[in-house]
Structures are given as C-alpha cells and as structure tokens.
Design a binder for this molecule. Structure first.
Ligand code: PLP
Length: 393
C-alpha cells in the first residue's frame, strides 16, 4: 500500500460522497431519485456575468495575474464590503482565492501551529475540521443544540477557549443548520472573545445573501468592531451568484496576515483563472438584483419545506432562516425503523426505500439528523415531502 503523509489520512467528506455516489448509481439504474443532497444552487450563473467573462477572454485575460487578484477585482471586493457590510478595508487588507474554501485554507495554514486549538461550533461544514487536521491543529467542538435553535451560547464558547486557542470559526447563515445568528447572539460571543486577545475570529459569510427572515445581515465585526485587528472575513461569489464552478472567494483581514496568506497562495495555486476573476468582478459590481431573485425563490422553498415537515409529527425541524439547508431531527424516525440504528443507515434507507437523497447529519457532527438541501426545484421538494409524509406521518 502506498505510504502517504499523515496529514492526508482520514480526511472526511466520505459520507457525503458516499450518498452522492449511491444516488447517482440508483438514478443510473432508472430509479426516480429525488436529490436533496446538493451543496450548490440549482440556478445558472446570471447572463451578465457570463457575458463579462466572454468579453474578458476577448480582451486577453488569459495570463497570470497578481497573487492577491486583479486590481479591479480587489476594488470590487472592497466596494462589496462597504456596500453590503459597512466594512472598510484597504487594498492590502483583501485578497481573492480559488473559492472561499482556499481563503479558509490559507487562513488556517497561516495562523495554526501544530497543536494550536481551533474552536468549531457544531454542527458544522465538514471542511473546517479537515483543514484543521491538515494544519495539525487540535479541534475543539463547541456544541450547539437543536433545543437552542443551533445558536452558540456564550458560556459554551467560554468553556471551549483557553490559552491554546488560536481560531474560532463563525458561520452564519449556517451550513448545515440553516440558522442565522442574531446580532444579540453575536454580540454575546464578541464579549467573550474580548477576554481572549490571542484568538482570531474566522467569519465565514458565504451564505450572507441567502436569508429569509427579513432581518438585515450582521457578522461579528458589525456588532463588535474592536475585533477587527483579529478577524478574517471570508466570503465569495459561489453561492450568492450561482458561481460554484468559477472558483472565486475572498478574504479580508489585517494587512500583515493577508500578506502571509498571499505568500502561501503564491506557492500553491497562485490565483484563480484570470477569466474567473473578471467574472467575479462583474458579479460584485453588478448589484444584487439577481441575488435577490434567487433568494426570494429559495425563501419560498424554505417555507414549503418547513410546512411539509411540520405535517409529519415525527420529524422536528427549525425552518431554515438562511443558506439552502435545514437540519431535521430524525431521531424518532430512526427509533421506529427496524434495522436502522443511526443517521448513516437512515441515509441508505431513505435512498433505497423512498428514493430520497439527503446527507446524514454525522457528516456535520449532528448525529440523528439529516441535512435537507432545498437547492432543488419545488416539484422535487413537493414529491420528497409527500414520500416522507406517506412513510412517517
Ligand atoms: N463555507 C461554507 C460554510 C460552505 O458550505 C461552502 C461550500 O459548500 C464554502 C464555504 C465554500 O465555498 P467555495 O465554493 O467558494 O469554496
């Protein structure tokens, strides 16, 4: 067997890939599989963005760019932070990356020494612990609970922090819970963080624009500006502009940190494709109309899913407030099914018996739950809800 470096052993993601692969196999055999396992919008990239990319190719954007990004893209990123977030960054405080994922990777690899601790509220996106493992950091899970609407309590954060802590990750709207943390909740966390001056905050705002509560968006810097010297805000165009395949994300933070992150990126991917950078610039500069259209369609689906699940007494679910996921609790269903003992087995059972693909909650450190993605048309959602109602109501 090939000997590989320890850092790549045991990187998770397997149960998501397993469900994806199984769903595809069953669909290939002619089964009618309803896919509620997607992690990307089912919308197309808006036309004005595609047109801008075509033009960019015609104008020769086919070469290397600066590692931090084309100056025009960096301007668009700074403008976006000002327009959408009331946050002001200088040119040397922002950089682009190959997706928000690489921005996060750069941040963790730049800040974390082996055995430093990273506090990750759970349930969480699986990539946070995976990157932490690559950085040889120690992962401290800060649990949030269904009963508390999956919002992190300040006393839980306080318990998780110590003089070994280096990073706290915040992700609102959240993947996988679909919950949005209020200004008050963030402010309470900010208060705790003031007592730990060596800890950096990583604010993953990738689902910022996909919200359904009508409340204005806030991240931790909006409620606790004094954290600015030790906060990295991560965002990108993947979700808001239906641009997952273009691979453009960005980070904003203290200039000395961004400079180091650029060094790191300069020795790995250098930058994302010049044409993608121009497309992202067009997205950010083009305003928010298409984003609002998509968010409004997703909002209707969030409601459809919440109503449909509420009719099934055995499944508890907090209606999604943002992102395109919710995380129903299937514990009572699991207890009622013969031969199904946990969410992994339930994932297989739902696929085989009902033809519904959902990702088991264990992939997000949420055993007993399933992640339902409503990045699927409302007909698909309606059919899935009907099958669930028929089976469990
Ligand atoms: N952050 C969260 C919470 C996500 O769910 C995802 C994608 O699933 C990302 C970041 C990555 O975004 P990108 O496609 O820009 O790398």
């Amino acid at each position: 067997r090939l000997r590989v470096a320890r850092r790549v052993e045991d990187l998770s993601g397997s149960s998501i890939f397993r469900i994806n692969a199984k769903a595809e196999k069953l669909a290939g055999q002619g089964r009618d599989i309803l896919r509620l396992d997607a992690g990307e919008p089912d919308f197309d990239t808006p036309k004005h963005i595609i047109d801008a990319a075509k033009q960019a190719l015609d104008h020769g954007y086919t070469r290397y760019t600066p590692v931090g990004g084309l100056p025009s893209l960096k301007d668009a990123i700074r403008h976006k932070f000002k327009r959408d977030n009331n946050l002001y960054f200088d040119d040397d405080e922002v950089m682009h990356s190959c997706g928000a994922k690489q921005a996060l990777f750069n941040t963790c690899m730049t800040l974390l020494q082996p055995m430093d601790e990273i506090v990750i509220p759970s349930p969480h996106w699986g990539t946070y612990p995976s990157i932490s493992k690559i950085a040889w950091a120690r992962i401290v899970n800060a649990p949030t609970y269904h009963e508390h609407g999956f919002v992190l309590r300040p006393e839980v954060l306080d318990e998780c922090l110590s003089d070994r802590s280096r990073i706290v990750v915040l992700n609102t709207p959240n993947n996988p819970t679909g919950q949005v943390w209020s200004r008050e909740a963030l402010s309470a966390l900010g208060e705790v963080l003031l007592d730990y001056p060596d800890v950096f905050v990583v604010s993953d705002d990738i689902y910022e624009h996909l919200r359904y509560t009508g409340e204005p968006y806030a991240n931790i810097l909006n409620v606790c500006p004094s954290l600015k010297e030790r906060t990295v805000v991560i965002n990108g165009v993947s979700k808001a502009y239906a641009m997952t395949g273009w691979r453009v994300g960005f980070a904003a933070g203290p200039s000395h940190l961004i400079a180091e992150m650029q060094q790191l990126q300069g020795q790995s991917t250098s930058h994302t494709a010049a044409v993608s950078q121009k497309a992202a610039q067009a997205a950010l500069d083009g305003g928010l109309d298409t984003v609002h259209d998509m968010a409004s369609a997703l909002s209707n689906r969030a409601q459809q899913v919440a109503d449909g699940l509420a009719e099934i007494g055995a499944i508890d679910c907090h209606p999604a407030q943002g992102s395109f996921y919710c995380l129903p609790n299937f514990q009572r269903v699991i207890a009622s099914l013969d031969g199904v003992d946990d969410d992994q087995q339930l994932g297989d059972w739902l696929l085989e018996e009902l033809g519904i693909a959902m990702v088991p909650g264990s992939a997000f450190n949420a055993p007993g739950h399933m992640r339902l993605s409503f990045a699927a048309g409302s007909e698909t959602l309606g059919n899935a809800l009907e099958r669930l109602q028929h089976a469990f109501a």
